[in-house]
Ligand binder design. Structure first.
Ligand code: DC
Length: 218
């Protein structure tokens, strides 16, 4: 069982996934991307008739949603049943529909149980866990709790660096709308009491990783 939990929250485009993964890699911890489970459930809603949105509340997710994710920061894999959904959950269609699933209270309480169980079962000395409500709802007692932010401008720039202008504009709209929609569920821009703020607006990737490691003390 993992004893040491580093909980990291942050908005879309804050770099929390890549920073968390790199930190986990460097300090020999497991890495858990909790957004992947929300995305995988949104994928199931779109692709598996038994998970249709209007009947989802009647599904016993603990029994029926066969979700697996690797906590090894060097090999990231996500599957539902026998289907590898690692690439599929990054599709635009999923990014657009995931908020609908994430706002459902019964989904959130299922995800809390799922996340706690995945971390508990992992054998590494510690786990870096990232996602919107991780410092406040899922692991309020984690040894280290951080909120990773960056200004909206910087977050959009990072996300659109490799895209065409038209795609970048539609991405800007999507990220800002997703933030607004997610904000109704979880306030991830203001650190909760006891949560340390890491603002990466002025930091590059390596500097952000170093700032996080300094706070963890490893
Ligand atoms: O971090 P991400 O973009 O992969 O997250 C996907 C969606 O899941 C996004 O709408 C936020 C939501 N989410 C959440 O509500 N709580 C979490 N712990 C992780 C993700």
């Amino acid at each position: 069982m993992s004893e040491f939990i580093v909980a990291i929250d942050g908005p879309a485009g804050s770099g929390k996934s890549s920073v968390s993964k790199q930190v986990a890699n460097e300090i020999g911890f497991g890495y858990l991307d909790t957004g992947a489970a929300y995305r995988a459930l949104a994928w199931a809603v779109q692709n598996l008739p038994e998970f249709s949105l209007d009947r989802l509340e009647q599904v016993d997710l603990d029994k029926e949603f066969d979700y697996q994710i690797s906590l090894d920061p060097k090999s990231y894999r996500v599957s539902v049943g026998h289907t590898d959904v690692t690439a599929a959950i990054r599709d635009n269609a999923i990014a657009e529909s995931v908020s609908k699933v994430a706002k459902l209270p019964f989904v959130r309480s299922f995800m809390k149980r799922l996340t706690q169980r995945l971390v508990e079962q992992h054998s590494a000395p510690g786990v870096v866990v990232e996602g919107r409500d991780i410092t406040t709802v899922v692991f309020p007692d984690a040894q280290i709790r951080l909120l990773l932010t960056a200004s909206e401008e910087v977050r959009l720039k990072r996300r659109s660096a490799e895209l065409s202008v038209a795609t970048a504009q539609s991405l800007a709209k999507q990220v800002s709308e997703r933030d607004k929609s997610d904000l109704k569920v979880v306030d991830f821009m203001t650190p909760a009491p006891g949560v340390e703020l890491v603002d990466s607006s002025e930091l590059n990737f390596e500097e952000t990783v170093a700032a996080v490691r300094k706070l963890i003390g490893r």
